[in-house]
Design a binder for this molecule. Structure first.
Ligand SMILES: Nc1ncnc2c1ncn2[C@@H]1O[C@H](COP(=O)(O)OP(=O)(O)OP(=O)(O)O)[C@@H](O)[C@H]1O
Ligand SMILES: [Mg+2]
Length: 332
């Protein structure tokens, strides 16, 4: 659908699994006992999700979902945003929806019926700040092309797709459908989301990248897995030829922004105590996307990414607690 650039009134439209997060602190032994892969996104069914929920005593429940966290970060920088993601007509769906409305994010995706419950992600945070996800996708997984609001997509400067949603065939079709419907002058960004997700979908991710993706977000494990190489340098060389911009994060070592013309390294300020890494990658993406939507240079985009990621790892939960616009000061 073509729209002129002046009609692109949304900086970023996010597209992903709409989830509510249940966060709890646990020791490493606990992760071993339940058999989850530490630091990864482990998919679980409804029954297993309920079992894990019953194992934990103290928990915090907050709205999450990777791309949803990212658009909320963009909003916190002062941007305008929309979101495509499916929740159910149930209590958790109400929580998610009212959070989006309160934050001023346009979320028009039709709700699933009650017997297809809202997805939830049980997050175990270990003493090193690492997060281990156990995700029951629920209603989020049932997104189809018919759920995509093409008018919302056509208003986006950047459409941000979440790799986590690349499992169900209908959702894949929905993401491709949305990517084909962006307006002239708009761009498609993709996050690879998770190393194991890349292992499951390597060839089709590469096809998606070649067909639609202008901006790619990944951490160093994910980009190495994409090209099946064991040295980050090799992966960076390969991604450089593939997209207009690749933003590759490397935890405490910061990130690198790569274009066909060159590379810009971005440092990460040392964070004395990483409380909870949940959302680091999501919020990093929010800073870069906000900067791109504003037409800032790459160094400034990367710095905004670092500021947002550093904010979110200092506290529990995947969404910023302090205004990112204020934290960014003169950078925005
Ligand atoms: N220990 C740290 N100290 C400072 N900054 C950090 C630290 N860890 C992460 N960051 C910041 O967060 C950004 C993204 O982190 P990382 O590479 O861990 O993403 P990720 O693996 O996608 O994270 P997650 O999936 O857990 O959200 C980094 O580029 C950096 O700016
Ligand atoms: Mg990540």
């Amino acid at each position: 659908m073509a729209a002129s650039k002046s009609e692109l009134d949304l900086d970023v439209v996010g597209f992903g699994n709409a989830l509510v997060d249940v966060l709890s602190h646990q020791e490493d032994d606990f992760i071993n006992q339940i058999g989850s892969t530490k630091g990864a996104m482990n998919l679980v069914d409804a029954e297993r999700s309920a079992e894990l929920y019953d194992l934990i005593e103290e928990r915090v429940t907050v709205s999450g979902g990777s791309a949803a966290n990212t658009v909320i970060g963009v909003k916190s920088f002062g941007g305008s945003c929309g979101y495509v993601g499916r929740v159910a007509t149930d209590d958790l769906g109400d929580v998610f929806s009212s959070d989006m409305t309160q934050l001023g994010i346009e979320h028009t995706t039709p709700r699933a019926p009650t017997d297809d419950p809202t997805g939830r992600c049980i997050v175990f945070i270990t003493p090193d700040g690492e997060r281990t996800l156990n995700t029951f996708l629920g209603a989020s997984n049932g997104l189809t092309p018919a759920d995509v609001d093409l008018e919302l997509i056509a208003r986006a400067k950047l459409l941000f797709l979440e790799g986590y949603l690349w499992d169900p065939p209908e959702a894949k079709a929905a993401m491709r459908y949305a990517a084909s419907a962006i307006s002239d002058g708009a761009q498609v960004a993709l996050t690879l989301s998770d190393q194991f997700c890349v292992e499951r979908h390597r060839p089709s991710f590469l096809d998606l990248i070649d067909d639609h993706v202008d901006v790619l977000f990944a951490n160093h494990h994910e980009v190495m897995s994409l090209f099946e190489v064991d040295r980050i340098e090799l992966a960076l060389d390969l991604i450089q030829e593939r997209v207009d911009l690749a933003a590759i994060t490397m935890g405490a070592d910061g990130s690198v922004l790569i274009t066909p013309d060159g590379r810009t390294s971005i440092g990460a300020d040392p964070v004395a105590r990483v409380v909870d890494k949940t959302g680091a990658g999501d919020l990093y993406a929010s800073g870069v996307l906000y900067g791109l939507a504003r037409g800032y240079d790459l160094e400034r985009c990367g710095q905004l990414g670092s500021i947002a990621a550093e904010e979110v790892i200092r506290h529990i939960g995947p969404r910023p607690e302090t205004s990112l616009r204020q934290l960014a000061g003169k950078l925005v």
